[in-house]
Design a protein around this ligand. Structure first.
Ligand SMILES: O=C(O)c1ccccc1N[C@@H]1O[C@H](COP(=O)(O)O)[C@@H](O)[C@H]1O
Length: 224
């Protein structure tokens, strides 16, 4: 699972096809968001996900916190991986691993101004039940914990990489211009972006996705 490049927030089949064509490995589908305003219908996401050929894969991004509900939804969608963005109890992570050991579980670590100790503790507690962590950036203005388009203090991400026994996907305000520096500084196993790959129309921009993938792969080779 090293050198993985994910594009998050896929909104339709054309966008999924374009991201795969430009070299993305995994595609993230944000569903059952608390706002109730998903960018894609669950049935449409399932069709795209089931049409992906390995090593490409669809990832459910969600704030769900109940292991049974997560497992059932992943089954319906046909995803091999889930990115849990909510405040999931350690017991629910343990339960998810118990009922779906084959499901690849990414747990978000939302970086705030002063919560590094809290995140390190979360890693210590949850790593037996997590396959990969993913950083993200908190937006204090809106309270949003995902797809904020904001970067955070990369020294925090680097500390999480050093502490975690499990690999870490770096995310939070990444774009084609900063992803290379991010990888060289933080040394993550994977990267992911949403907002920084969009054009003015809110759709993923083909040239931005291509450059993001190229820059990420070059930097991963540099740190290998
Ligand atoms: O992608 C989304 O729509 C999404 C929705 C809700 C929570 C998380 C979401 N995506 C994750 O957000 C970060 C990166 O976002 P950005 O590049 O800063 O815009 C990453 O973890 C995505 O997987």
């Amino acid at each position: 699972m090293n050198k993985l490049v994910q594009v998050a927030g896929i909104i339709d089949a054309a966008e999924a096809d374009m991201c795969i064509a430009q070299g993305a490995d995994w595609l993230g589908f944000a569903l059952r968001l608390p706002s109730g305003k998903d960018d894609i219908a669950e049935q449409d996401a399932a069709v795209i996900i089931k049409g992906l050929d390995a090593p490409h894969a669809g990832v459910l991004i969600s704030y769900l916190t109940d292991a049974e509900e997560v497992s059932e939804f992943c089954r319906e969608l046909g995803v091999v991986a889930v990115q849990l963005h909510g405040d999931v109890a350690t017991e629910e992570l343990r339960r998810l691993k118990e009922i779906r050991p084959e499901l690849f579980v990414l747990k978000s670590l939302v970086v705030k101004e002063d919560n590094v100790d809290e995140l390190l503790k979360l890693v210590d507690e949850t790593h037996p039940y997590v396959d990969m962590y993913i950083t993200d950036t908190f937006d204090p203005k809106t309270g949003a914990k995902g797809a904020t388009g904001l970067t955070h203090d990369w020294s925090v991400s680097a500390e999480l990489v050093r502490r975690s026994p499990k690999p870490l996907m770096m995310a939070g305000g990444l774009n084609p211009e900063n992803v290379g520096d991010a990888i060289r500084t933080v040394r993550p196993a994977a990267v992911d972006a949403h907002t920084g790959l969009e054009g003015p129309d809110g759709r993923k921009d083909s040239a931005k996705v291509a450059k993001f993938v190229t820059e990420a792969r070059r930097a991963f080779d540099d740190i290998a």
